[in-house]
Design a protein around this ligand. Structure first.
Ligand SMILES: NC(=O)c1ccc[n+]([C@@H]2O[C@H](COP(=O)([O-])OP(=O)(O)OC[C@H]3O[C@@H](n4cnc5c(N)ncnc54)[C@H](OP(=O)(O)O)[C@@H]3O)[C@@H](O)[C@H]2O)c1
Length: 310
């Protein structure tokens, strides 16, 4: 197939493009930057220079490529170390306007599948009921204040992609990425914070995180591109775990002392309402549907065996 990847140079794009090429697909990889065309060629893609926020550029790029499938992996999260409404704003634009431009460009050429990056964590699922959520479970009706815009952008993306009745619209709700090129990798600032005991255990550390190795995220994406059906899929590992479990384990693996403990009201001053929510109330996600329907199995089934070495 011809696959058009928007976000081909990002953390997941760099894993995804070579896998698609190895599977025999022709890949058109989009970047804003003339300078990154060489990287895209090395990955095996045909480079396409366009700004995702410019509808004419996107329409022209997609019309020239005439793809069978569009993949939307656009974010603007490089260098974002701590969640804030301000830091999320450029990504929100990519999830609203970027999605709309790609969808209308795809409609014009009649793409048969449209696969987009969503989230399974960061406050998507309601903070009530059990600790691990399926795709059927409700999303949070009242998100933390500084996450409202971010979640509204995600809901826009999901509604637009799933509502596109002229194509097979698929949203992959990824877990927290770790591994090469992500913010949880050897030498990353987040790992340094854990090593220096600057990543505290807030409250009871009851927030449940679902991780996914970036290579597994790319493998699931290939499966969705090749044989996914309209709908949402959680793309997470087999081992959702509360912060009280994974953070001390990660600290130990990194050779650091036990994380400091911090009461919620103190943490709110440093990490805001969103940070406290992620540490204490967030829910994890189940990958049963992705395994069953995409016939995908993570090669890294648990963060316990490789998060610190990522
Ligand atoms: N689920 C998760 O945990 C999750 C999800 C997303 C990201 N992250 C984290 O965020 C960090 C950065 O991720 P990343 O590398 O994917 O993001 P990124 O470097 O911010 O960029 C992602 C992609 O979007 C493209 N892009 C952004 N704005 C664009 C625009 N206006 N027009 C065209 N293309 C545009 C970039 O292309 P060019 O720069 O080449 O133009 C790049 O290919 C990583 O540490 C990752 O782990 C985590």
């Amino acid at each position: 197939m011809k696959v058009f990847v928007a976000g081909a140079t990002g953390a997941i794009g760099r894993q995804l493009v070579p896998r698609l090429v190895a599977a025999g697909h022709q890949v058109h990889g989009m970047t804003r930057s003339e300078d990154k065309q060489g990287l895209l060629r090395e990955l095996g893609a045909i480079p396409v220079v366009a700004d995702a926020l410019d509808p004419d550029q996107v329409a022209e790029a997609v019309a020239n490529a005439r793809p069978d499938v569009i993949v939307h992996q656009l974010t603007a999260l490089t260098g974002v170390e701590r969640y804030s409404a301000r830091a999320a704003a450029p990504t929100n634009r990519l999830r609203i306007e970027g999605t709309d431009h790609l969808l209308s460009a795809g409609h014009a050429v009649g793409v048969r599948r449209f696969v987009a990056q969503g989230i399974a964590t960061f406050g998507l699922y309601a903070r009530s009921g059990g600790p691990v959520k399926t795709e059927e479970d409700p999303v949070d009706p009242a998100p933390a204040k500084d996450m409202r815009d971010g979640l509204a952008a995600i809901r826009h993306l999901e509604a637009a992609v799933l509502g596109a009745d002229w194509t097979e619209g698929i949203v992959l709700r990824y877990g927290v990425f770790y591994g090469p090129g992500t913010s949880l990798a050897l030498g990353s600032s987040q790992f340094e914070m854990v090593r220096k005991r600057k990543f505290p255990l807030v409250g009871d550390g009851g927030g449940v995180w679902s991780f996914i190795h970036i290579a597994d995220a790319a493998e699931a994406t290939v499966a969705a591109i090749e044989h996914g059906s309209r709908g949402v899929y959680n793309v997470v590992d087999d081992d959702p775990a509360p912060v009280a479990e994974w953070l001390p384990a990660l600290a130990q693996e990194l050779g650091a002392k036990k994380p400091m403990r911090m009461p919620r009201f103190v943490a709110r001053l440093f990490a805001g309402e969103a940070g406290v929510m992620m540490m204490t109330e967030m829910r994890g996600a189940s990958n049963a549907k992705a395994k069953r329907e995409l016939r995908w199995h993570p090669a890294h089934p648990t963060w316990r065996e490789g998060l610190a070495a990522a």
